[in-house]
Design a protein around this ligand. Structure first.
Ligand SMILES: NC(=O)C1=CN([C@@H]2O[C@H](COP(=O)(O)OP(=O)(O)OC[C@H]3O[C@@H](n4cnc5c(N)ncnc54)[C@H](O)[C@@H]3O)[C@@H](O)[C@H]2O)C=CC1
Ligand SMILES: O=C(O)[C@@H]1CCC=N1
Length: 281
């Protein structure tokens, strides 16, 4: 019988965002969370101090007996990461991978056994329980296991179920998405300073503007284009500003950005499937 613990293999920014959301959202007691990484005890000690979670470099201690094992290393480290835990994992446990691009089939082959594998694509807003997470799973996952995985991610934001092949598109959109928004925020801050506002003043105005617009998108039944038109008085300031966005083809740039990120997610899957599975096929 497995204890109801969650094991994190990988202790970087994504693992921390999820741990933060779970612990500070009161969803999971820290004593039920175990974390390991490749080598940095300093990083593990930081997570222990900050969130009260158990940390150890011992892989068996981390994953043995956990009901859920979350793979949170970089795609390039998946082979070594799985190699170090596979002997302590069995089919009663649920594997959740947050790795961009790496398919459930690659993960299954690396473990070398049939396992219930859920793939999740959250984002770093998990730290504030505001992640937009998409989930897909392999055929071994039972309805109860999927519900359990969904429950975990619902605790740190919203959950959307997609087909596994759609996860590349999700990664290019909402997995990477916070970075696009921060990029826009950086550009707005720079522009605000150039137009005579202090940095701190601009920062507060920008954050509240993004938050308000996001809430409008979430709560209004109107399409984004309609909401945009409501801000845009004929002959006014918004129209003048948006003319510049059109001139610089910002809409096309955003489309190219999301497509390129999606393609990269797909590529990561292909590259690592080929490299990681070399000795496994
Ligand atoms: N950062 C983000 O916004 C998002 C990241 N992801 C995915 O999450 C995963 C982790 O990304 P980050 O947290 O940003 O990376 P990171 O570089 O901050 O953390 C990676 C962690 O994995 C550990 N690690 C490396 N090799 C290991 C091994 N052999 N065994 C155990 N642990 C090992 C490292 O020690 C480190 O703690 C990636 O696969 C990424 O695709 C998914 C959604 C969003
Ligand atoms: O940049 C990356 O590859 C990861 C996946 C989604 C967000 N960060």
């Amino acid at each position: 019988m497995h204890m109801n613990t969650i094991a994190f293999v990988g202790a970087g920014s994504m693992a921390e965002a999820i741990i933060n959301g779970l612990v500070n959202g009161g969803v999971c007691l820290p004593e039920y969370i175990k974390v390991t990484n490749r080598s940095s005890m300093e990083r593990l000690d930081f997570l222990n101090q900050a969130y009260g979670v158990s940390v150890t470099k011992n892989k068996q201690e981390t994953v043995g007996g956990a009901s859920i094992i979350i793979l949170a290393m970089k795609p390039k480290d998946v082979k070594a990461g799985i190699e170090s835990i596979k002997d302590y994992v069995d089919s009663s446990q649920v594997i959740i991978s947050v790795l961009a691009g790496i398919s459930s089939e690659t993960i299954r082959k690396l473990f070398g056994k049939e396992l219930s594998i859920v793939r999740a694509m959250p984002n770093t807003s998990a730290a504030l329980q505001r992640s937009a997470t998409a989930l897909a799973c392999n055929s071994a996952v039972t309805a109860d296991q999927l519900k359990q995985a969904a429950g975990l991610f619902e605790a740190i934001g919203t959950v959307t179920h997609v087909l596994e092949h759609q996860l590349d598109a999700v990664t290019g959109l909402s997995g990477s998405g916070p970075a696009y928004i921060y990029y826009i925020a950086e550009a707005l801050e720079k522009a605000a300073e150039e137009t005579g506002l202090e940095k701190e003043t601009a920062k507060a105005l920008i954050a509240q503007t993004l938050l308000g617009a996001a809430e409008m998108l979430l709560t209004s039944e109107k399409e984004p284009a309609v909401l945009r038109k409501e801000v845009t008085s004929p002959g006014g300031t918004t129209e003048a500003g948006i003319e510049k966005l059109e001139e610089y083809k910002v809409s096309e740039a955003i489309a190219a950005c999301v497509k390129k990120a999606k393609e990269r997610s797909h590529e990561l899957g292909e590259i690592f499937a080929k490299n990681a599975l070399k000795e496994h096929t």
